[in-house]
Design a protein around this ligand. Structure first.
Ligand code: GRF
Length: 201
């Protein structure tokens, strides 16, 4: 199963995925390319250090559709089957999503449907929730909206700050994303409405 990863920044979830794949934790999977829309994304160097091909595809003044079309063609050229968004800061066009139906996965740092969008950890912290967490979900055209694959909760403690909470969530993201990929790659599942139902193999 060939995986392509899209990033825009730090790339810590990307490195978690690459390391898990390279350590044989997701059997039969291979990360074939990391694509960034930002030439200065820190994650690019981390991918190169791990021997993964990197491609920078800036949006420039193009429409979202034109930008996405170039990304899709780079993914297709490498026979990518699963696309992982890992801190990729753009909404995908309908055209992009339709090329990889239920094969695009994202991680979001809250328990969706609570706190979609930017700064989800800070949104949750400021709202005063006692429990937040992270969600791995399939991607559709709407922001942080597709069917949920896995979620994990993180408690908000009195002494937490938004920064401490973000760090606690990020630590969980790195293992949750791997668990979700293991399931998607190695287990049978069906999607019924919005429900992703895993079956014993
Ligand atoms: C993570 O918090 C992820 O949940 C969100 O963007 C952040 C990316 O961080 N979608 P990194 O680039 O993976 O370190």
């Amino acid at each position: 199963m060939k995986i392509g990863i899209l990033i825009s920044g730090r790339g810590s979830n990307m490195t978690a995925i690459v390391d898990a794949v390279q350590n044989g934790k997701i059997s039969g999977a291979e990360v074939v390319v990391v694509i960034s829309d930002k030439s200065n994304a820190q994650g690019l160097e981390k991918a190169k250090m791990r021997g993964i091909e990197t491609v920078v595809i800036p949006k420039n003044k193009r429409s979202r559709e034109e930008h996405d079309a170039e990304i899709v063609s780079e993914l297709k050229r490498r026979n990518v089957e699963i696309v992982c968004l890992a801190g990729y800061m753009r909404l995908l066009s309908g055209d992009f999503v339709s090329v990889f139906p239920n094969k695009i996965i994202n991680i979001h740092p809250s328990l969706l449907p609570s706190f979609p969008g930017l700064d989800a950890q800070k949104q949750a912290f400021e709202y005063g929730v006692k429990i937040t967490g992270c969600t791995v979900h399939f991607v559709d055209e709407d922001l942080d909206h597709g069917a949920i694959i896995l979620q994990r909760s993180v408690e908000v403690l009195n002494e937490d700050t938004a920064e401490i909470l973000s760090a606690k969530i990020l630590e969980q993201e790195h293992t949750l994303y791997i668990e979700a990929l293991q399931k998607i790659v190695m287990q049978k599942y069906e999607i019924v409405g919005r429900r992703v139902i895993f079956r014993e193999n």
